[in-house]
Design a protein. Structure first.
Length: 115
């Protein structure tokens, strides 16, 4: 069983930065994709960024150039560096891992950006 635990959320003013981290427990065999999603109040959950086993990344258009996803396979972590934060980035952020036809979610961490 894979478990994901996020940390690093909080409150920041517009233009500021936050770094989210996700620690993974449990063994994974084969390729997998780790990512960050977010869900704002009243909105659907959306992909923010993800990174595959080869280090290839993709980002939502709204965060390109501001957010950077990275992973440390030895430490079993994935991080999201968020710079130039905007009020519209306010949401609950969730760590996700996709392994073949299964996926797992963290409990979420809140990010609030004030103007």
């Amino acid at each position: 069983q894979v478990q994901l635990t996020e940390s690093g959320g909080g409150s920041v003013q517009a233009g500021g930065s936050l770094r989210l981290s996700c620690a993974r427990s449990g063994r994974i065999f084969g390729p997998y994709i780790m990512g960050w999603y977010r869900q704002a109040p009243g909105k659907e959950r959306e992909l923010v960024a993800r990174i595959d086993s080869n280090g290839r990344t993709n980002y939502a258009d709204s965060v390109k150039g501001r957010f950077t996803i990275s992973r440390d396979n030895a430490k079993k972590t994935v991080s999201l560096q968020m710079n130039s934060l905007r009020p519209e980035d306010t949401a609950d952020y969730y760590c996700n891992v996709i392994i073949s036809d299964r996926q797992f979610w963290g409990q979420g961490t809140q990010v609030t950006v004030s103007s």
